[in-house]
Design a protein around this ligand. Sequence first.
Ligand code: PRX
Length: 632
Amino acid sequence: MAGIHIRNIEDYNEAYALSINNPEKFWEDIASEFQWKKPWTKTLEWNFIEPKIKWFEGGVLNITENCLDRHLESAADKLALIWEPNEIEGSTLKYTYSGLHKEVCRMANVLKELGVKKGDRICIYMPMVPELTFALLACARIGAIHCVIFAGFSADSIAGRINDCGCSVVITSESMSRGNKKIALKTIIDEAIDQCQTVEKVLVFADTKSTVQLKKNRDYLYIDLASNASDVCPAEPMDAEDPLFILYTSGSTGKPKGVVHTCGGYMVYAGYTFANVFQYKHPEIFWCTADIGWVTGHTYSLYGPLLNGATTLIFEGIPTYPAPDRFWKIIEKHKVNIFYTAPTAIRSLMCEGTEIIEPYDLSSLKVLGSVGEPINEEAWHWYNENIGNSDCPLTDTWWQTETGGIMIASIAGITPSVPAHAGLPLPGIQPVLLDADGKELEGNDVEGYLAIKFPWPGILRTTWGDHERCRLNYFDTFKGYYFSGDGAKRTAEGLYRIIGRVDDVINVSGHRFGTAEIENAINESAHIIESAVVGYPHDIKGQGIYAFVIASSKDSDPELLKKEAEEMVMKYIGKIARLDKIQVVSGLPKTRSGKIMRRILRKIAEGEINNLGDTSTLLDPGVVDLIIKGVV
Ligand code: PRX
């Protein structure tokens, strides 16, 4: 359904060759399998200097027609969505394509009644419930730009994002159940909105009316508005290059930036990658464990599967509740065929031993996927043997918020899958490895900076409200290329192996944080004068967060300082950015120009104190000894 079907290695080679020799033809073939209200007139216009990237210009479409309406004729009764609740005794909810279509239209009408128009930015802060999927699709239905914020970010983080993109409406839930915790989301939203000027309306989902605090003329209960809303809503015609969504992600500098994806290109790329990488076949059940608050959830819990008429499963809870067998229980219960999760989840479940897997029948599984961070060999083998019974192709998928969809990965069962290697690029993707001078490294068995030299439809178009920031972040380091921020190796066989970030971004349990972002939060403490944050290898999370902090007064109690640093991170970022280690220090290793030498701090955090490299350029080399000895 989503263009080019790669079914064997010959197909892959042929598709890859076409995508290099005639990229426009390659993408036209794929795009033409989607439903367009008006065909495009120009397939591609681009340069990576400004940058300016336009795909399928002149084309008019609505992604929800491609996700929903298109399937109604032949598959109205097919399951589109399965929802598994947090509580084990709770009822699963199931929506057919026709049922989901109605819910989305109903919610789209509610949004219209609240005054939402094409181009408005709508903040969505919700748990993993079916209504979350309705909310994204309802925005897309009427041309509003959704901006989902993962429900683990704090009020301050939310306010920063709402203010950056000027959201007029917030969609939220009264509370969220995650494991044995209940979190009052509406209260967090109220606190956030106190710092925002643009929010006019708040749409609230609640289990029981009586408990929600509603602000007059601002807050509305969904059930009150939905009871009179029609379940028919025409799809807004959207230009291919109109924004579909904004998703904030952390970079090495400043505040998180709003990555912008567009209707046409994102649709084509999400549909194409889903169909091919996972080799989805009807009526398989696909489960991506990522929260819709992250790009993986956008593309592979929602848009990719629905664009292909697939059945997607979403889960409200966490892998360890009520017991660490929950994932395996769900796979057995719903006979999941394709399972896509993160290495951090695999590593934490590995620690529980294989006895807890044994009672479950996982024989429905056909394909396994991994995403978000490098998967180490031990976790790869454990996943392959214990979950896949050494019988399921395992695809390690490398991509980013900015790429919209998977870029380098094994096409399940077709292109090579080697432990800890993402493998070959998908047809349409032209990766290169660059040296520090931006020269392409030719041949195999080389290591360098991972960049992409030609656009693909899913590439970000800009960062919201600040195009220059987009240029500087991704297109300036190496002129003429999109730079990923990752380092990689190309093996003797030509397979890519991702090494990790080469910038000041750390990847904790598959979530990105800028070290500067965490430092800024810590420095808000009145008792901390300066801090430096680095990542270090962590057995479960991939990377942990190590903070070095300097007290503003010699007499500060180190324990209180640590507590305060933690509280600041919780307040300004949220629960997801927990500090793993905090060390109070008397000084930081700095160059004469005042730049912190993180390389040295990283080595200390890794425990490699005998291998610190050259410290002679430091303003005060003695400070390193004090840090190692733990002297404050
Ligand atoms: O460092 C890479 C790592 O995650 C970063 C992208 O993070 P984010 O935009 O949050 O998107 C995560 C989900 C797509 C990349 O720059 N990363 C992602 N997938 C892999 C990976 N590193 C190694 N192997 C992967 N499969």
